[in-house]
Design a binder for this molecule. Structure first.
Ligand code: DI6
Ligand code: FE
Length: 412
């Protein structure tokens, strides 16, 4: 059939990231065809039934470049106002992250600025950050609320995150409601009251307006206890929202096990996760999202238990954790490098962490994260000799283009 496909990319080496095949699921001298935004054919060029011009309406010659699935940043806090530069300087002079938080700085200083900012300002600030991330081949990202801590500002943040996705044809955005991020100043002596506000006020409002794709929490000494998070998660599940958790980042509170009990999509950070918690994550299929940008910024010394994740078959994803305090990182490729250098992931594990496994962490594995027939035609083009280079040379940015929903998009 002539022109059975909308477009085809030929002369590419393709890291499909499909499991159980060659390293990186690699196909050399290959082609990928798309129709109506989905992958309709993928294989070696010699297997094409006809010359490319007869197969598809548009032919793109990749001239030997590599293709990979569009990258996915599955954990960010990209919507915020204000500046934490002073805090950065104070930390360099020895102040601790937890100490600054307890003194009313840290997350709470961003809360104050975010409450005061207009939705329009928040949108403009976040769009600029996203433009930087996108240059490195990102086609899907997640954004959390959590700098509002009152009903109106949490709703405002999530509306901004939704609008960022709606107004950008090159990018899909998933949102997470993170009301349980910190105790706001007006509830300093009323923890139970704040949890009640989340459960009875914020969650129903967010669910009713369809503003969140998942519910997150910060289970930590400076955040919320496992029993407080459990109340939030119970309500989330009642409202049919999946959960995820900032777990065991700075101390071992049993966050990994708690996340698993609620069949969380992911548990994130996990430096202090216990073997028992990891075993439960394996049973519940909860993804371990590792965030080396926060580990690096806070000069942590305890690495996440990568060997145990491998032994138990817990899938590992990677993300920037882009936020103004603990991970002011706007490069996902730098995160690949950090994951290899700091946490000893292999470059292949690192790339799987921002493609196949990041899709799992967002509940999108059936739709994206690997290049195979039927999945979304989201991919990135790279000027590299081998996919390991994506983790090898921070700052190099070899991204030459993005295809989103089957359409070539110029790099910003
Ligand atoms: N863990 C983090 O790494 C960020 N939030 C969280 O729960 C930090 C957010 C911030 O410092 O502004
Ligand atoms: Fe985070």
């Amino acid at each position: 059939m002539k022109n059975q496909w909308d477009a085809i990319w030929i002369n590419a080496d393709i890291a499909t990231m499909c499991q159980g095949q060659a390293e990186y699921g690699a196909l050399e001298n290959s082609a990928i065809a798309v129709s109506e935004g989905r992958i309709s054919w993928i294989g070696e060029l010699v297997e094409l039934a006809d010359v490319p011009e007869e197969c598809a309406a548009v032919v793109h010659d990749c001239a030997g470049q590599w293709l990979s699935p569009g990258l996915i940043d599955c954990h960010t806090h990209l919507v915020w106002a204000g500046s934490r530069i002073r805090e950065f300087e104070m930390r360099l002079q020895g102040a601790g992250y937890e100490q600054l938080q307890k003194a009313g700085g840290g997350i709470l200083s961003t809360v104050q600025a975010t409450r005061s900012a207009s939705a329009e300002d928040l949108f403009v600030f976040a769009r600029k950050r996203i433009a930087r991330l996108k240059r490195e081949g990102i086609t899907t990202l997640e954004i959390k609320s959590g700098y509002g801590l009152d009903v109106n500002t949490e709703v405002k943040m999530l509306q901004v995150a939704r609008r960022l996705g709606e107004e950008d044809a090159h990018l899909d955005i998933k949102t997470s409601f993170l009301g349980a991020h910190a105790l706001p100043p007006e509830y300093q002596n009323n923890r139970q009251g704040y949890i009640r506000l989340i459960v009875e006020g914020m969650l129903p409002a967010v669910a009713e307006q369809g503003l969140a794709d998942a519910v997150d929490g910060f289970c930590e000494g400076i955040g919320f206890s496992p029993s407080e998070i459990a109340r939030v998660f119970t309500q989330a599940r009642k409202l049919d929202l999946p959960v995820k958790l900032h777990a065991d980042q700075l101390s071992s509170l049993g966050g990994a096990a708690l996340a698993a009990e609620y069949a969380a999509l992911s548990a994130d950070h996990l430096e202090y996760a216990s073997e028992q918690g990891i075993s439960k994550m394996a049973d519940s299929g909860t993804v371990a999202v590792l965030l080396p940008g926060a580990f690096y910024t806070l000069r942590e010394t305890q690495c996440p238990p990568v060997r145990l994740f491998r032994d138990y078959g817990v899938v590992m994803a990677l993300a920037t954790d882009a936020n103004p305090g603990s991970s002011p990182v706007l490069s996902l490729l730098l995160i690949l490098n950090m994951a290899c250098t700091l946490f000893s992931l292999t470059p292949e594990e690192a790339l799987a962490g921002v493609t196949r496994n990041a899709a799992c962490a967002l509940g999108l594995a059936g739709d994206r994260g690997t290049l195979e027939v039927g999945k979304r035609a989201d991919f990135a083009l790279w000027d590299i000799e081998h996919p390991a280079e994506l983790a090898y040379m921070p700052g190099a940015n070899p991204c030459k283009g993005i295809v989103k929903d089957g359409i070539m998009r110029p790099l910003a």
